[in-house]
Design a protein around this ligand. Structure first.
Ligand SMILES: C[S@@+](CC[C@H](N)C(=O)[O-])C[C@H]1O[C@@H](n2cnc3c(N)ncnc32)[C@H](O)[C@@H]1O
Length: 325
């Protein structure tokens, strides 16, 4: 693999737009155009630097300055506020902006061997869920399609760590009879108001290390979770799953796999910053954990730099070679 020299550059646009979002400029202008002096006084900031920031944002296409007044560009309005628009991202990029501050502590993490301590306020938790949902959206349809292929009609699904709800909704859309979403209590509390009308989705607050919601599932989906934990927790999770599946039921694990690409290499360090024992795991780790819990691997499907490993508790046409790279 060759180093990516382009990636060594400063992410200036994220820093400029992130600073403006952190200061509340976009939310303020959502209500209507203002003179820059009015923005300065409402945000209690200095006029000169604000003028420079607004002109830069205008130059980048986020704002329009007209007759001394500043307003959101049509693109920015759609990008940040119009959930129906194709370009909508909301403020999910603020997750990356906040992450930058944590990544700069990497030398300290390596010195102390301890992850960065973060306590997220509820609004940051929602930002995180929105960011995760945004990153997941280009692959959700494909992942869910692969997970459900060959299962009986109207399957029952458990989505471990599914608080973003994007996978749960797609499982329902592709025919699941019921989807139980397990996530940490704080996440479930934050997301519960979002699913009032969605009767086939049930939210359960809890920690998978204390056990899984009892059920008799056709499929247990574990999306981007294993990298957050150490070998012991992953082994225990996979063993718990084996006990909650119907005959011929499946486990589907989606994650980066160490040694397969650049993103996986970077995510290993990401986990070092954020978790005590997490890291990206190799195909061999997953294979051992699954086989030791009585699973046979059915498929190992690449999706957007990640892999979807599907296994069953019944030994149907094992094709382990695919995962022995
Ligand atoms: C990286 S996100 C993955 C979200 C989603 N499954 C996906 O693939 O896009 C990890 C999710 O697992 C949840 N989570 C982490 N540890 C957990 C635990 N011990 N028990 C239950 N949920 C957990 C987090 O709150 C978060 O929603």
């Amino acid at each position: 693999m060759k180093p990516d020299i382009q990636a060594l550059r400063l992410p200036e646009e994220l820093l400029v737009v992130g600073a403006a979002a952190e200061m509340g400029i976009f939310h303020l202008l959502q209500k209507g155009p203002l003179f820059i002096a009015q923005v300065a006084s409402q945000l209690e900031v200095e006029l000169r630097p604000l003028e420079i920031l607004c002109e830069s944002l205008a130059g980048l296409g986020y704002l329009v300055i007209d007759g001394g007044q500043v307003k959101l560009s049509r693109f920015a309005r759609e990008l940040f506020f119009d959930r129906q628009s194709d370009v909508y991202v909301g403020f999910s990029f603020m997750y990356d902006y906040e992450e930058l501050k944590l990544w700069l502590q990497l030398p300290e993490v390596i010195k102390t061997g301890k992850p960065v301590r973060i306590k997220r306020a509820p609004e940051q938790l929602r930002l995180l869920m929105e960011a995760l949902a945004h990153y997941a959206s280009p692959m959700v349809e494909e992942v869910v399609g692969c997970c459900l292929r060959g299962l009986p009609d109207s399957p029952e699904v458990l989505d471990v760590g599914g608080g973003t709800l994007v996978y749960a909704r797609e499982f329902v859309r592709q025919g699941a009879a019921a989807v139980v979403v397990l996530d940490l209590p704080a996440v479930i509390k934050e997301m519960a108001p979002d699913i009032k009308q969605e009767l086939r989705i049930k939210l359960v607050g809890g920690d998978f290390r204390q056990g899984l919601p009892p059920g008799h599932y056709d499929l247990v989906f574990i999306g981007n979770i294993c990298r957050l934990y150490g070998e012991e927790e992953n082994r225990a999770l996979i063993e718990h799953v084996a006990r909650q599946l119907k005959k011929a039921g499946r486990i589907a694990i989606l994650d980066f796999i160490r040694g397969t690409n650049r993103r996986a290499a970077l995510f290993d360090v990401n986990m070092l910053i954020h978790t005590a024992r997490g890291r990206t795991w190799t195909f061999e780790h997953f294979r051992h954990w699954l086989e030791d819990a009585g699973f046979s691997i059915l498929d190992c499907h690449p999706v957007k730099e990640r892999y979807l490993i599907i296994a069953t508790v019944d030994k149907v046409m094992p094709c382990k070679e695919k995962c022995r790279r």
